[in-house]
Write a protein that binds this ligand. Sequence first.
Ligand code: ATP
Length: 257
Amino acid sequence: MSDAILETTGLTKEFRGFVAVNDVNLTVRRGTIHGLIGPNGAGKTTCFNLLTKFLPPTRGTIRYDGRDITGMKPAEVARLGLVRSFQISAVFPHLSVLENVRVALQRERGGSFDFWRSETLLRRYEDRARELLEDVGLSAYANLQASDLPYGRKRALEIATTLALDPVMLLLDEPTAGMTHEDVDRVVALVKRVAQGRTVLLVEHNLKVVQGLCDTITVLARGAVLAEGDYAAVSRNPDVIAAYLGTEAPPVEAAHG
Ligand SMILES: Nc1ncnc2c1ncn2[C@@H]1O[C@H](COP(=O)(O)OP(=O)(O)OP(=O)(O)O)[C@@H](O)[C@H]1O
């Protein structure tokens, strides 16, 4: 088995001539937590959307687990185990926390859209759903309506519904965005826990989060890879410091703060 689970070669995305992602060669090693960081507008989200197949690349290839997935659809790559965390809006607000995870489990089994009519069918997934809620620390909230969850806990629910798809590799887009310190710490611990036995790639603004979680960090700037390495290496890199100057959190401060 190759050490690399995800590899891009010359990955490029242009929007009407504007190059948002420029010739990116990214290698994510199996079993690691890999961070994609960069100042605003660096191309992180575009890159994330390319990797999860939500956007087609202008040029370049993406290989996942030895296969060329460049031309595949999001659902196809999800079936191969490369799963993007759902956006919070994908959580059904009027269903309970438990029901949300049961629905996700049912979807994973390729159920028809009639699934929501069959309470009996959904009940079969109850045990597994409760296990997943336990994994993400939401057992106490199982019967709460999803819309009533505190913000930080919604992310945990989103991760539980993603885990229902049994991912081999998890792609997380800013898992701590908009959270309080307390919630950030909880989500960091959660990502560490769910990363066991999996590979995780996350796009993240919060450099403290990246510092605490990532084995390898790729820094993007103006669509291209500026630096790569562990946190200590990239936070000392003069090009990275220069790219972050004038933004809210230069990596060096975060490293010593
Ligand atoms: N659909 C689009 N059409 C045109 N330009 C786009 C489109 N999507 C992104 N861009 C441009 O591509 C560049 C990279 O954007 P992207 O959102 O990928 O960066 P980012 O690193 O995720 O930024 P941020 O940290 O601010 O979210 C930006 O200049 C953005 O304006």
